[in-house]
Design a protein around this ligand. Structure first.
Ligand code: PAF
Length: 284
């Protein structure tokens, strides 16, 4: 496994791989790798001949009062995990390499980025789209893999790829959960033992809505209200948003299928999760 820090060296490598007709799978990450990331890497390993993992805590997607400085950084552990998964190249650029003096051009994201996390974290998706575009240009992937916990991120990046005619496939991958249902996230490490227990309220409330939907409740807004009530019953939880949205436009959903998306502070830690609710197929 090679570790490359220099963007030009990485791009030269990627160009030569692609020139030889070989496919590249990219797993973009901010490090602190967990089973969710590893599931993306394993999938890339299955589908692509060369697997690149990028590890870069991207400053432009963090707001001024967010956790950029304390975001977990554990490079040696991450490199071991990548080696075990058979990664070919780990790209570890510095902020100065990717945003050198004079950098001033950003991707202007559209309405998909303005709701949900975009409303709570202004500028977040502009930073995400910009770094993803840069990583795509540097790594020249045939496919790039994104976890569906960050559903809105997946939709924004997939839209950008289509709008800019980027020659790659954006591959969405299922949420990976802890045994008690908590969606895996690098930010789970911020939780105290009490908060960690409380954090399962996101999954439990989404499950409850899925059961209500199976039992016949089909109004997405009623289902979202149910999720909100469930989360509000947990004393350590503070709702940022609970919304039922159309899975494609992310506009409020009037009917199923709907994505119930939640962002919740457990103590000071902001967690997100979601669940797609579909009306059971009556033809079955
Ligand atoms: O999901 C993440 O870890 C980040 O938002 C990404 C896609 C690596 C861009 O910095």
């Amino acid at each position: 496994m090679r570790t490359i820090h220099n963007p030009r060296e990485l791009q030269e490598f990627a160009f030569s791989v692609r020139r030889s007709g070989t496919t590249i799978g990219l797993v973009p990450t901010m490090g602190a790798l967990h089973e969710g990331h590893l599931s993306l890497i394993r999938r890339a390993r299955q589908s692509d001949e060369v697997v690149i993992v990028s590890i870069f805590v991207n400053p432009t997607q963090f707001g001024p009062n967010e956790d950029l400085d304390r975001y977990p950084r554990m490079l040696e552990r991450d490199l071991d995990a990548c080696r075990e998964c058979g990664v070919d190249v780990v790209f570890v650029p510095s902020a100065g390499d990717l945003y050198p003096e004079g950098f001033q051009t950003y991707v202007e994201v559209g309405p998909l980025a303005s709701r949900l996390c975009g409303a709570s974290r202004p500028g977040h998706f502009r930073g995400v789209a910009t770094i993803c575009l840069k990583l795509f240009n540097l790594c020249q992937p045939t496919r790039a893999y994104f976890g569906l916990k960050d559903y809105q991120q997946y939709r924004v990046v997939e839209r950008m790829a289509r709008d800019f005619d980027l020659p790659l496939e954006i591959v969405p991958m299922p949420i990976v959960r802890e045994p008690d249902g908590l969606a895996m996230s690098s930010r789970n490490s911020y939780l105290s033992p009490e908060e960690r227990t409380a954090a399962t309220v996101l999954f439990r409330s989404l499950e409850d809505a899925a059961k209500a939907c199976e039992a016949g409740e089909r109004d997405p807004q009623t289902l979202a209200a149910r999720v909100r009530r469930g989360i509000e019953a947990e004393p350590l939880a503070r709702v940022d948003y609970v919304e039922a949205v159309d899975p494609l436009t992310l506009e409020p959903a009037g009917s199923l299928p709907a994505l119930i998306a939640v962002a919740v502070f457990i103590g000071n830690t902001r967690l997100i999760d979601n669940r797609l609710l579909e009306a059971p197929d009556s033809s079955k």
